[in-house]
Design a protein around this ligand. Sequence first.
Ligand code: ATP
Ligand code: ATP
Ligand code: MG
Ligand code: MG
Length: 263
Amino acid sequence: MANSEYEYVKREFEFDRRLPASNWIVVRIDGCHFHRFSKIHAFEKPNDENALRLMNACATSMLEKFPDIVFAYGVSDEYSFVFREETEFYQRRESKILSICVSYFTSVYGMKWKDFFPNKDLREPPYFDGRVVCYPNMKTIHDYLAWRQVDCHINNHYNTCFWMLVKSGKTEKEAQQTLKGTFSEDKNELLSQQFQVNYEDEPAMFRKGSSVYRDKVETKVKTDDYGNPIKRIRLAITVSNLDIIGPEFWGKHQYILQEDMSM
Ligand code: ATP
Ligand code: ATP
Ligand code: MG
Ligand code: MG
């Protein structure tokens, strides 16, 4: 860039915040005013499956585009993206990382809308806010993801009851009143006694949220001279709706956070 007398405005006023080295970087984005957005677009309540699948498709695109994202977890109108600890993505410049994640996700959301809602026009521009948080070790990353999944459970459990009550004829205020002060067991009882619904039978995508990561899958690459299949392990971006709070998932997928998975 040519120097000019005005160049000082950059040199003296622009500062780049670089995120601390050796920390996991989490970018969490959340839909702005999606309460309204979901009403305008007549999302099913409490969970519109197509809207969730669209969010998952956007997250999958993020992992395809940015190899330094090792894991993503999403629920409702939010998604968290975990960058590997030693990432040098945009030299760890905070505003670059954050703005690129938010704008890329938002763009893909608009581009893919028609694939998930072929009969609904996008009537308002969807937009997302975002933040960046650094976590200093793997325990805090696990705890961060557990926090989001617990939140998913609490909200979905409540919303499932709330919308069952509303759909059965109660007003929103009455439904809210009925649920006030109830514990988890009370909600399960209400669902089974009044609506013959076992909460555990609700779709896992609603109860557990969605995780996106590169999974090791065995694929047949070719056949040898004797007709036997030759198999290779390759990484495939996968969406699952599993428990990520307990040790089982992370026990089976240790490589996600431990190995350098960038391709
Ligand atoms: P970075 O990702 O670092 O911003 P960049 O490729 O976007 O890299 P910029 O310095 O932002 O680089 O420059 C924008 C580039 O986009 C220019 O090289 C220019 O050729 C091209 N460009 C932008 N707008 C137009 C336009 N209206 N017509 C033609 N070319 C354009
Ligand atoms: P803010 O701008 O502060 O984030 P918000 O209206 O987006 O406000 P959130 O707390 O983020 O509020 O909640 C998201 C809202 O979007 C919820 O009210 C939920 O009903 C709606 N929503 C998001 N995804 C879906 C979905 N898949 N199906 C039904 N409703 C959804
Ligand atoms: Mg929101
Ligand atoms: Mg939200």
